[in-house]
Design a protein around this ligand. Sequence first.
Ligand code: HEC
Ligand code: HEC
Length: 501
Amino acid sequence: MALRLLLFIPVSALLVLAQPPGENIRAWADQAVAGYRLPLPGLGRAPRVLTEAEYYALPEVNLKTYPVYTPDKEPPNYMQWLREQGPKPLVDIASLKTEADWIAAGREVFYGRELPRFTGSEDNLQLIRNPQILAAYRLQTSRDGVLLGLRYVVREKGKVELGTDTCAMCHVRVMKDGSIVEGLANTFTPFGPLMGNLTRRYAQMSPQMMEQRRRAHMREDYRVPFLKDDPNLAVADLPAEEIAKLYDQHPLGVHGRTNTSLLYPVKIANLIGVRRYSYLDRTGTARQRDITDMMRYSASVGDVADALTVYGDGGDGKLRLEKMGLASGVKRTPDALLYALSKFIYSLQPPRNPNELTGEALKGKDVFARSKCADCHSGPDYTNNKLTLAKGFAPSAETRKQVNVMRRSVETDPNLALKTRKATGFYRVPSLRMLWLESSFLHDGSIGTLEEFFDPKRLQPDFRSSNWPAVTRPHAVEGHRFGLDLSIADRRALIAFLRTL
Ligand code: HEC
Ligand code: HEC
């Protein structure tokens, strides 16, 4: 029967099916974009993103970039060779045929799409050749000496620029044995303290440098136009040393990125298995209904379309491009590249878990069931894919209808969900897969180990987590009290079970 039906399908239709759809898929169709972002209660609606017409009016950039090596591993005459290259496309879109081609192209985009905002000057080019500075930055390096997250950019022949902040800066981990796991968060580079030191450097250079390079950026990266007495805006006016000290307190694996805050940074996401989520980001800022939502998310990452999102009414609701270092205007990544990148992200696989579900871990499985963890962490990915309420937040009836939100709150620190441009009022129920590879927990990475997470001592004001920098003062980490009343044996068993997932 199935065969008979198949015979009736014209051959041309089969050919269409066999062809990957990547060439025609659009990231920014008005109809699909409409439901993409969740409402921000402070604003009373979702932020205004670009319309289809505005988006496609932006100039495209598909520009080849090149690996940056540590000085000892750089191939002979590499810089000379780079100066002889002209601008070329990062991906030859016409040559992509098979699924494997698209994924491989997506890997190129993941490692190679730099952010024009940060593409640096001659002095940066010199800095990166200085072994002392390299050691201080603690950038991750592959076995063959490639500095992950940086790229050389050739916009015109003869001129080599240093680009930075590709996806690989944050979403790749170099393991102890030197192997690379794509998709895992970078928990090696101390992004906070790095920004702290940069702040001190600018302040030492001159008040103008401090204003232009740091304070102006902080205002645009962090301010929340719809928030009264915005604390994120206020920190930009603190004395430089105080700003630096706040950055110094960020644990490894969290980032005070655009749309979050110096005060309320967020844990860097693990992209392996991200496809499972209906809502992206810890606060569920965007829906993931199909691959085009992942394309939109990837387009918005790092100021591209995000810089043109309007977070409030009036002139002040718009972020100022020139102050975000985007005076020359925003460029967009071609749809085919966003499609390839999303395919690559969807193809990421977890490394083999050495922890087996035997003995203590098996007992822990019972503890997990008894403790009703599966009220939220249910199904094959250990998440019901719902949102929970940030402490103190009550959504409107209208919002309740639109989003899949539980009536419960786990009462963790509510600031990211209430006081940033990611302030949906919600925290997503995270998957419990791959916890054995994590070294920070909760949306703000405020806990360093599972042992600490399930220890009631963390509710005390003298608590110090193992992943906090030395400068962070002791304080309680509140919320998510599930499992805190277990016996020591049950707690150990539960943790052993969680490490097998
Ligand atoms: C400077 C560090 C950094 C860079 C560079 C970066 N990301 Fe992220 N990424 C983060 C952080 C931090 C989060 C968590 C955001 C949140 O939860 O609000 C995140 C979240 C995500 C998510 C959502 C994951 C989830 O669990 O919902 C996706 C998808 C993603 N990033 C893709 C990318 C892509 C694609 C690129 C490159 C174009 C990129 N990121 C570049 C730091 C970075
Ligand atoms: C009412 C829903 C709910 C219940 C019940 C629940 N959790 Fe959670 N869990 C969450 C939410 C929401 C978060 C994220 C909170 C945040 O980011 O601030 C979370 C975070 C976690 C984390 C940290 C993961 C990460 O990515 O940060 C672990 C581990 C965890 N839960 C395990 C458990 C275990 C074990 C139980 C049972 C003893 C349990 N949870 C019960 C909702 C729940």
